[in-house]
Design a protein around this ligand. Structure first.
Ligand code: HEC
Length: 113
């Protein structure tokens, strides 16, 4: 519940300020902060409206809690850029964002155990 409130507050703040992340032009690398950046991006893009992580979220899309055991990094990035190319007939919209955003988002998703 507390997590949900933090996510909602974050979404609200980024909506009000039109926050443009500074990391967008930085080189792609993997670190702990990528997990945080990815988590924030996940909240900002409202992935949780359709996806469940650790019991929180919607049910329209598959549960992403254990996505690491099903998909790898390349597949996830390719899917988010163009879902229909990876899953014929996919209903999910392509995820708009820089390569750094998508990379951090993927790092976050794969960090779920
Ligand atoms: C409007 C609902 C909706 C939203 C919002 C949404 N998705 Fe999805 N997603 C789906 C559906 C439905 C699928 C199943 C494949 C399909 O039909 O597109 C899916 C599939 C996926 C998959 C593949 C899962 C698997 O097991 O193969 C990933 C990864 C994923 N979504 C990540 C995301 C991320 C990250 C976001 C936010 C940037 C997001 N989704 C936002 C509906 C959504």
């Amino acid at each position: 519940m507390q997590g949900l409130i933090i996510v909602m507050v974050f979404s609200l703040i980024s909506m009000m300020t039109g926050l443009q992340p500074l990391y967008a032009s930085e080189p792609v690398h993997v670190s702990d902060s990528d997990v945080d950046v990815g988590k924030a991006f996940y909240a900002k893009k409202r992935c949780g409206m359709c996806h469940m992580i650790e019991g929180k979220g919607g049910k329209m899309g598959p549960d992403l809690s254990h996505i690491a055991s099903k998909r790898d990094r390349e597949w996830l990035i390719a899917f988010m850029k163009n879902p229909k190319k990876m899953v014929p007939g996919a209903k999910m919209m392509p995820v708009k964002g820089s390569d750094a955003d998508l990379s951090a988002l993927t790092t976050y998703l794969l960090s779920q155990q």
